[in-house]
Design a protein around this ligand. Structure first.
Ligand code: PHE
Length: 455
């Protein structure tokens, strides 16, 4: 069965391709768009430090857990959980955990593709020089005009989903593998170029102070939950993407070491990009850092327009956002596509179209929530909060319980036989005790505070 599934989907060419795939999934709008605006909204350094802590102490062990499940079963997340439940003599109801991931992934992709569409528009606007207004209000108006135009947003959203579907359609080897081998190195080079740019602008020090000067008295439960949600989001945990990618791993990889590299690349990009954004933003004293999701689409273009060569840097910035979104979107589609291929008679071509279509249709809700559906009910806000603050942490919690307490530990040890004993013991301790406990506490207190804010 395991061998048969290896043949259905294929495996990554080598470890490097796997690292690129996982890093490509991790580097995305989470680091480039959410991270800067959440840091701005939640007051800076406390949020950054919590995010770093959660990524290393909770995220990394969960990443290893998801990857190990996928690698053991070599199937789509839904079937992988079913397979491991069977191997461990558990109820098949655990498969719901796989479904939770698939649904969360499509929900995330639905708004993700709209934001990626904004990046396409801004890439064109900066590259063609139509974003030269010097006044911040003009930039706010420019963004509002885009949000007011559902047809324009739909065009870019559809183009983006189509590009992602085209990659997934070609399979693990020719599609995903080939794409990430190019995308990830290009993104890392772009990041270095942008960091060098902020260094030359002289804003690095202010940005570093903004991001690392801590004031714990500002800490709230919802900030903590937001940091946990973001750590899961940027590591692609809780959606099944890493389970699917683990299923395509070549034999005998140094799993833990590979995942450490992936996590460090993800952190480097988030912090590096945060520094780029805040060095541009904080060197402009009139700029408000807490402008929310519009931060990189209003404040930043305005700052770029007021700098020499700003249009070129702006174009590179949005190009990076777009490539990062693309390399993540393919991993958001893969769990649903892999399931369709395994469990129905659908081939990869139709499976990719079907999953893309579902995300596209859901995305219309996000598009219309900025124009046609204005009112108390904000569909986009609901999907974003629901996925980041509830579904991802809940899914992470269930994975920790499943792997830490339910799956037979001999199976896990067998799968991780290449890892040293001490590492395995530390991981077991984290996944059994620390992860479930910490996530449950953060989730409960965050939801309590959020419900107070919403009700
Ligand atoms: N990690 C991606 C980002 O930071 C988003 C993502 C989440 C991708 C879950 C796959 C699965 O943008």
């Amino acid at each position: 069965m395991v061998e048969k599934n290896k043949r259905i989907h294929g495996v990554w060419d080598n470890h490097w391709t796997y690292i690129c795939a996982a890093a490509g999934s991790s580097i995305g709008l989470g680091a480039l768009w959410k991270f800067p605006y959440l840091v701005g909204e939640h007051g800076g350094a406390e949020f950054v430090l919590l995010y770093l802590l959660f990524t290393l102490v909770l995220g990394l062990p969960l990443l290893l857990a998801e990857t190990t499940l996928g690698r053991r079963a070599r199937q789509s997340p839904v079937n992988a959980i079913r397979y491991l439940s069977r191997e461990s003599g558990l109820s098949q109801k655990w498969a719901a955990l796989g479904w939770l991931g698939v649904i969360t992934g499509l929900l995330i992709l639905s708004y993700y593709s709209v934001v990626a569409g904004w990046s396409i528009q801004y890439l064109l606007d900066t590259a063609t020089g139509s974003l030269q207004a010097k006044n911040v209000n003009d930039h706010a108006e420019h963004f509002r005009l885009l949000l007011d135009n559902p047809n324009q947003m739909m065009t870019w959203q559809s183009a983006f989903i189509l590009c992602s579907v085209l990659v997934v359609m070609r399979g693990v080897h020719k599609g995903l593998g080939n794409a990430v081998r190019w995308l990830v190195p290009i993104m890392l080079v772009l990041l270095l170029v942008l960091i060098n740019f902020s260094y030359q602008q002289g804003g690095l020090e202010l940005a570093a102070r903004f991001m690392f000067d801590v004031d714990w008295s500002q800490l709230t439960a919802s900030t903590t939950l937001a940091a946990l949600g973001l750590a899961c989001f940027t590591l692609s945990i809780g959606v099944g993407s890493m389970m699917a990618y683990g299923a395509y791993m070549p034999d005998h990889p140094p799993v833990a070491r590979n995942l450490l590299v992936v996590t460090l690349i993800g952190l480097l990009v988030a912090v590096g990009f945060g520094i780029v954004v805040f060095s541009i933003v904080t060197s402009n004293p009139e700029v408000d850092t807490s402008t929310g999701p519009g931060l990189i689409f209003v404040t930043l273009p305005w700052a770029f327009a007021n700098m020499s060569g700003g249009l070129l840097w702006g174009a590179l910035f949005f190009l990076m956002a777009l490539l990062a979104a693309w390399s993540s979107a393919i991993s958001l589609l893969e769990p649903a596509v892999a399931w369709l291929v395994e469990s129905t008679r659908c081939n990869r071509f139709f499976a990719s179209l079907l999953a893309g279509l579902a995300a596209w249709a859901l995305g219309l809700g996000t598009i219309f929530s900025f124009n046609r559906w204005l009112g108390d009910f904000n569909f986009y806000g609901m999907v974003d909060t629901l996925t980041s603050s509830l579904l991802l942490p809940v899914s992470a919690l269930l994975i920790a319980i499943f792997v830490g307490w339910r799956v037979r530990s001999t199976l896990l040890r067998e799968e991780l036989h290449t890892e040293p004993h001490w590492l395995y013991m530390i991981w077991t301790g984290l996944i059994k005790f620390i992860c479930p406990l910490a996530i449950a506490i953060i989730l409960a207190s965050g939801i309590y505070q959020l419900s107070g804010e919403y009700l």
